[in-house]
Ligand binder design. Structure first.
Ligand SMILES: Cc1ncc(C[n+]2csc(CCOP(=O)(O)OP(=O)(O)O)c2C)c(N)n1
Length: 594
């Protein structure tokens, strides 16, 4: 049977067909839908972990126990999981373990565009890179087999285009007859004390050599000889672009981008006149080919930044006099479609984060921020976020700032972090804050969900990925247990309360935590978010002072009127009745809709 699947759906299907029994992840674009699809297969125990390190550790446990395990994360998530990953490379596996790294060239939804192929080389483990959804499925299955055959975790790298594009996939059956998981002690292999690890390291090196040799005959590395004037080494989505732009060129399509199949590369180089590597981001393949003593064209014509497209690739080839002969579908589409209006990202109407950032702006706070929907607090008119580096960084950074500025400036320092991000990696920062008595104030924006990545549950939301009710972390109790003496809960829609509590805690020269307790408007369960009575603007009372526009709510529109005195208007389709704008109107012009 055939189905049209996205890359992420196909990876989930591949895991199912491979007999995978455990899947664990922390959400992050473009990887999130993998676990949102493994839940469709009841044979796979799927769960969200609080962060990527824990997700990988769950996978390692399942593998050591003898089951096949899939672990998924976005590229920056691998930084979080890197510690167990590097040593897992030494221990190897029992049941196959596949780690999906979903990279994001062009940073469609990320804070950097690191090239995670480097992780494969750094951690000395094989990495497969599919070029379409069919390969996403097949390579996932193959990755489990290679993992067990070579006793290694296998990384499967996708990019946003591969994760989110849809193409036809031929479905297969789930494998049967895999060994039944059971506890087997093997300390020499699984306890990485120096004495044991020293024995494992040479095996890791040998494994890389063997994989490189055997890679030359593996079907996933494919030599396609056509015209021999130009030969292109490529992988992933770039392979599709090369085929579209230069259909007559010979290609070496690498399905395994680490370790590289040296013999096959030499054979290809010897069969073509001019060798080019087409790859996004780092010169990962290029540098290794050059290190083999083979001259190759690469990053002198292709940018190290952003993603490629067929159009960009045509322009790249033109630089060295190669004329694109294909007619890429994408190019046609781009030229014919009218461009969409620009829509800057904005918090939703009724978002409980809005009032907090409005108040922080008014208090001229120095806000060490974090990653989530609330990062939009950086945008005008709220303009109340001063830093954003990585998940969980806000609290530690606030401590750092207070260590260097004057006593007066210290009072301005506020860390802002979401519930999911706090549980991901903010807890340690708070522990340090108490331990080292930082005077900063932490605001935990508890909207009961991991909103930014699509409303996934987390350990404080009370439900699992499978939608089963579970314990929900009591955030005030947790902060108290960490030693915070001043933990206060506020209603972020009450601007007066928000301002008073923020001011009190900012002025207190001790660690303090303020927790907001209103849910995300898009929270998926009934009864959590309640729409308030809708608001409307009285045309007579509105003076056109624009005070209500200062919160940047998309539900408030501006009617220019005769051009001199415009008036505000509340769109009833968008208003949630959060009541924040009413509190800003000095003329009592905003009230409940009749
Ligand atoms: C290491 C890492 N993992 C995952 C992500 C993707 N990501 C960005 S913000 C976020 C969580 C946001 O949830 P929360 O803190 O609850 O804030 P909300 O969006 O609900 O306001 C996630 C998973 C990331 N940027 N970095």
């Amino acid at each position: 049977m055939k189905e049209i699947l996205s890359g992420n759906e196909a990876i989930a299907r591949g895991a199912y067909e491979a007999g995978c029994i455990v899947a664990c992840a922390y959400p992050g674009t473009p990887s999130t839908e993998i676990l949102e699809n493994t839940i469709d297969y009841k044979e796979i125990n799927s769960s969200w972990a609080p962060n990527e390190k824990v997700a990988l550790e769950v996978g390692i446990g399942a593998s050591f126990g003898g089951g096949r395990a899939l672990v998924a994360m976005k590229h920056v998530g691998v930084n979080v999981a890197a510690d167990p990953l590097f040593t897992l490379s030494y221990t190897g596996v029992n049941g196959g373990l596949v780690l999906v790294s979903a990279d994001d060239p062009e940073m469609h939804s990320s804070q950097n565009e690191q090239d995670n192929r480097n992780y494969a080389k750094f951690a000395k483990l094989p990495m497969l890179e599919p070029s379409d959804s069919q390969e996403c499925k097949e390579f996932t299955r193959l990755a489990f087999e290679l993992s067990e055959q070579y006793d290694t975790p296998v990384m499967l790298r996708t990019t946003t285009r591969i994760s989110h594009s849809k193409s036809i996939v031929e479905l297969g059956e789930r494998v049967t007859g895999l060994p039944v998981p059971k506890l087997v002690k093997n300390a020499a292999k699984q306890v990485m004390l120096p004495g044991n690890a020293r024995v494992r390291h040479p095996l890791v090196e040998e494994r890389c050599t063997v994989l490189s040799e055997q890679g030359s005959t593996m079907a996933l590395n494919r030599l396609e000889l056509r015209e021999t004037g130009i030969g292109i080494i490529t992988s992933g989505v770039c392979y599709q672009y090369v085929r579209e732009v230069l259909p007559s060129a010979s290609t070496l399509k690498l399905g395994m981008v680490y370790p590289l199949p040296h013999a096959l590369i030499r054979e290809f180089a010897a069969s073509v006149d001019k060798l080019i590597v087409v790859e996004e981001l780092d010169p990962f393949i290029e540098e290794q080919v050059k290190a083999m003593g083979i001259p190759v064209i690469g990053k002198e014509i292709i940018s190290r930044c952003g993603e490629l497209t067929p159009e960009r690739l045509s322009a790249v080839f033109a630089k060295i006099g190669i004329v694109a002969t294909g007619t890429p579908a994408q190019v046609q589409l781009d030229r014919n479609e009218p461009s969409l209006p620009q829509r800057p990202p904005n918090m939703c109407p009724g978002c409980p984060h809005r009032g907090v950032f409005f108040t922080l702006n008014q208090l001229k706070a120095y806000v060490t921020g974090d990653i989530g929907c609330y990062t939009l607090g950086f945008m005008p008119p709220l303009s109340a976020m001063d830093t954003c580096v990585c998940m969980g960084a806000s609290i530690g950074m606030s401590t750092g700032v207070t260590k260097v500025v004057s006593a007066e400036e210290r009072k301005k320092v506020v860390a802002v972090i979401g519930d999911s991000t706090f549980l991901h990696s903010g807890i340690n920062g708070l522990m340090d804050m108490v331990y080292n008595q930082s005077p900063a104030t932490v605001v935990i924006l508890d909207n009961r969900i991991t909103a930014m990545t699509g409303r996934q549950d987390n350990p404080a939301s009370g439900f699992t990925l499978m939608n089963d009710p579970t314990h929900s972390v009591d955030l005030p109790l947790l902060c108290t247990a960490l030693g915070v003496k001043h933990v206060r809960t506020i209603n972020p829609f009450d601007l007066e309360q928000t301002r008073t509590v923020l001011l009190e805690e900012m002025n207190r020269p001790e660690p303090s935590v303020i927790i907001t307790d209103k849910p995300c408007v898009l929270v998926k369960r009934a009864g959590v978010f309640e729409r308030g009575p809708l608001l409307e603007v009285s045309e007579e009372k509105c003076t056109g002072c624009r005070a209500c526009l200062k919160i940047g709510c998309p539900a408030i529109e501006w009617c220019p009127g005769d051009g001199k005195t415009g008036k505000a208007l509340i769109n009833p389709q968008l208003c949630t009745g959060c009541d924040v704008c009413r509190q800003l109107c000095k003329f009592d012009a905003i009230g409940r809709a009749k």
